[in-house]
Design a protein around this ligand. Structure first.
Ligand code: UPG
Length: 276
C-alpha cells in the first residue's frame, strides 16, 4: 500500500494552542484539504479539554511526551533570547515518521491563505536528503524553518540526531540554525530547494524594514502568513488596525470565525508561558 502524505505541526504546550487550532481549522474548513492533519504533541503539557479541542480538528495525534528533543539552552538564549525555542529541536522527529510519504510541516503560528495541496504533487519526487523551504526574510541565503516539505527517512533521522549532539550543530541555538547547517550550508545550498517567499511571508509589525511596494504588488498571491517572533497574534487583540501590513488581522478574522465566544475566552486565558 502506498504511503500517505500529510500536513503536520508541533505543539509542546498550551501557549501555542490557539495557533495550532486555527491552523487546522483553516486547512480543513476553508481550504478543504484532502490530506490528513497530524500534530506532534506533548500530551502531558495539555489539559484534557485542550486535547479534546485538538482531537476535533487533527486526524492523528503523535504523542512525543517522552521523545522531546531540547537544544542546549545557553546558546538559544544567547543568540535569540528565547528560551522556549530550545524545544524546537523536536522538529527532528519529523524525519522519523516513516509511515508517511511527503510531509508539509507548518509551525503552529502560520496561517495559510490559499490551498497548499498542490505542493505534495509538485515535490512528490523529493529526496529525503533534500528539503524544501522559503528564504528567511532576515537572511535570504538561509531558509525559514516554519514551513518545510520533507520526506521522512530513518537514516536521515539518525544522522540528524547524531549531528544535533555535535558542537556547533546550530548557529542560532535552535532548529532553524541546525536544519540550515545540515541541509543547506553543508551542501553549499544544493540540498535546499527554494520555495517562493509567497509560501512563508513573515511580516512583523515591529520590523523596521518592510518592502511595502512588493507587498502591494504581490499581496493577492500570498499563500501563507507566518507570525514569527515572540509576540503572537493571540497574545493581544488590541493592536489590530486597518493597516494592510497588520497581518494579525487575518489571524483574528479566522479565529473569530472558527470559535464561539465561550471556547475563545477559554483559549485566550491559557497560560502564555515563556513565549509571552
Ligand atoms: N513550539 C511549541 N512550544 C513552544 C515553542 C515552540 O509548540 O514552547 C512550536 C510551535 O509550533 C511554534 C514552533 O515550535 O510555532 C516554532 O516556534 P515559534 O515561536 O513559532 O518560532 P518563530 O518565532 O517563528 O522563530 C523562528 C522560525 C521557526 C523556528 C524558530 C527557531 O520561524 O520556524 O522554529 O525560529 O529556530
Amino acid at each position: 500500500m502506498s504511503k500517505e502524505s500529510a500536513y503536520v505541526t508541533l505543539l509542546t504546550n498550551e501557549s501555542y494552542l490557539p495557533g495550532a487550532l486555527t491552523l487546522a481549522k483553516k486547512l480543513k474548513t476553508d481550504l478543504k484539504t484532502v490530506h490528513k492533519l497530524i500534530v506532534l504533541l506533548d500530551k502531558s503539557a495539555l489539559s484534557d479539554h485542550s486535547i479534546e479541542l485538538i482531537e476535533q480538528v487533527y486526524d492523528e495525534i503523535i504523542p512525543i511526551d517522552d521523545k522531546l528533543i531540547n537544544a542546549p539552552l545557553a546558546k538559544v538564549v544567547d543568540q535569540l533570547g528565547r528560551e522556549e525555542l530550545s524545544i524546537t529541536f523536536s522538529k527532528l522527529l519529523l524525519w522519523n515518521q516513516h509511515n508517511y510519504d511527503t510531509l508539509i510541516y507548518l509551525d503552529s503560528d502560520t496561517l495559510p491563505l490559499k490551498s497548499l495541496d498542490g505542493l505534495f504533487e509538485k515535490y512528490k519526487d523529493l529526496k529525503s536528503t533534500q528539503i524544501v523551504a522559503s528564504p528567511d526574510s532576515g537572511w535570504p541565503d538561509i531558509f525559514n524553518s516554519g514551513v518545510l516539505i520533507l520526506k521522512p527517512d530513518p537514516e536521515v533521522f539518525d544522522k540528524l540526531i547524531e549531528f544535533s549532539a555535535t558542537d556547533n550543530s546550530t548557529f542560532d541555538g535552535a532548529d532553524q540554525g541546525l536544519l540550515n547547517e545540515f541541509f543547506n550550508i553543508s551542501s553549499s545550498g544544493s540540498n535546499w530547494l527554494r520555495l517562493p517567499y509567497l509560501f512563508n511571508v513573515t511580516p512583523n509589525y515591529t520590523n523596521a524594514y518592510q518592502y511595502y511596494p512588493a507587498l502591494l504588488r504581490f499581496f493577492d498571491q500570498i499563500h501563507l502568513l507566518h507570525f514569527i517572533g515572540k509576540f503572537k497574534p493571540w497574545h493581544a487583540e488590541d493592536i489590530l488596525s486597518s493597516d494592510l501590513n497588520n497581518f494579525h488581522n487575518f489571524w483574528w478574522a479566522d479565529f473569530n470565525k472558527f470559535y464561539t465566544t465561550d471556547i475563545k475566552s477559554k483559549l485566550l486565558s491559557l497560560p502564555k508561558g515563556e513565549a509571552y
